[in-house]
Design a protein around this ligand. Structure first.
Ligand SMILES: NC(=O)c1ccc[n+]([C@@H]2O[C@H](COP(=O)([O-])OP(=O)(O)OC[C@H]3O[C@@H](n4cnc5c(N)ncnc54)[C@H](OP(=O)(O)O)[C@@H]3O)[C@@H](O)[C@H]2O)c1
Ligand SMILES: *[C@@H]1O[C@H](CO)[C@@H](O)[C@H](O)[C@H]1NC(C)=O
Length: 305
């Protein structure tokens, strides 16, 4: 009797080690396939985009750093160039862009292709958040957040797609948010823009699958970045505060590493968040009345403040 338990135990342990080992091997192999790939990252001047630039650069990719602030992009590029390395790496390329300027984004893609000749992975990461109630928030602010977070990524994706279709390969990544799956009070515009991205990504994935183009959408919970500092208030001012939730979130390094893994594993969607956020998503879909009640409580607390 006891002997058979031991055999089961050892068997379980061995298969666990085997699968862990296999997973490590597969990840290692997939990571190797990243070498020399051209990876365009929007919002590369700060936070997650900067973290992603580090991870892809270290895997031997040619990273194209995009955002508005040229100086910050230079800083990120210099940081990358000063990383110690035993292997030859591709110097990062800087192409400034404004996601609000959707009409100019096709020109930006042309410019990138004229330098790199290829785009293997597009990471739509650049974005801004929102702090304000629906009643107070000026429509201009809603439009701006929707434009930068949603239409900017859509315009960029549309500009890159014909090229990827011709090549019969490519990968389009969207950095959404837990708030692309559930909305909380005080962030209506942000949550709406991220929900829109989720819907867009699901349609796109089905459409381009036979062109051998993959679509990955990643929904992180709080990550330690400048997102709350840069958020727009109801009147369109910069919020300028570091929220405790953001401060206590995942480190950029951890989140970026997990994102790279999800991308090389060709995941369709990933929720990169702690259990509380996952419970929220579960409740919203399976016991919505409970979720709505919890949000009413949360909104009341916001109003008292
Ligand atoms: N931090 C979190 O807790 C969290 C959670 C879930 C999802 N996310 C998502 O992660 C992504 C990255 O944000 P982050 O957290 O790293 O915040 P961040 O530190 O504020 O970085 C935002 C990036 O977006 C760029 N950006 C903003 N407006 C732009 C515009 N008009 N045109 C081009 N680029 C623009 C900024 O660059 P410039 O200012 O130089 O243009 C910056 O590089 C966002 O999509 C955000 O929604 C973050
Ligand atoms: C965003 O783009 C719109 C339309 O081109 C323009 O009117 C507006 O001034 C831009 N906003 C910012 C903050 O650049």
């Amino acid at each position: 009797m006891e002997k058979s338990y031991m055999i089961y135990g050892v068997g379980f342990l061995l298969s666990y080690i085997f699968f862990k080992f296999r997973k490590g091997l597969v990840l290692g192999k997939n990571k190797k396939s990243l070498r020399n790939k051209v990876v365009v990252i929007t919002g590369a001047s700060s936070g997650l985009g900067e973290g992603l630039a580090h991870e892809f650069y270290k895997e031997g990719c040619l990273v194209v750093l995009c955002a508005r602030r040229r100086q910050e992009l230079d800083r990120v590029r210099n940081d990358l160039l000063s990383l110690p390395s035993s292997e030859q790496r591709h110097p990062p390329v800087i192409v400034p862009m404004d996601l609000n300027d959707t009409e100019d984004l096709p020109n930006v893609v042309k410019k990138i292709l004229s330098i790199t000749e290829r785009i293997d992975i597009l990471i739509n990461n650049g974005g801004i958040s929102h702090r304000g109630s629906v009643i107070d928030t000026k429509l201009d602010v809603d439009i701006r957040i929707m434009t930068v977070n949603y239409f900017g990524s859509v315009a960029l994706t549309k500009a890159v797609l014909p090229y990827m279709v011709k090549e019969k390969s490519g990968k389009i990544v969207f950095i959404s948010s837990v708030q692309g799956l559930i909305s909380i009070p005080g962030r209506s515009s942000y949550a709406a823009s991220k929900h829109a991205l989720q819907a867009f990504a699901d349609s796109l994935r089905a459409e381009v699958s036979h062109h051998n183009i993959g679509v990955t959408i990643i929904s992180p919970g709080y990550v330690q970045t400048q997102l709350s500092m840069n958020a727009l208030t109801a009147t369109g001012q910069t919020y300028g505060k570091m929220d405790a939730t953001t401060e206590n979130g995942y480190t950029c390094e951890y989140a970026s590493k997990e994102m790279l893994k999800a991308i090389v594993e060709n995941k369709n969607e990933v929720v990169l968040a702690p259990p509380t956020a996952r419970i929220g998503i579960f409740l919203r879909h399976f016991i919505p009345s409970l979720y709505f009640l919890a949000m009413v409580k949360r909104a009341k607390k916001l109003m008292v403040k």
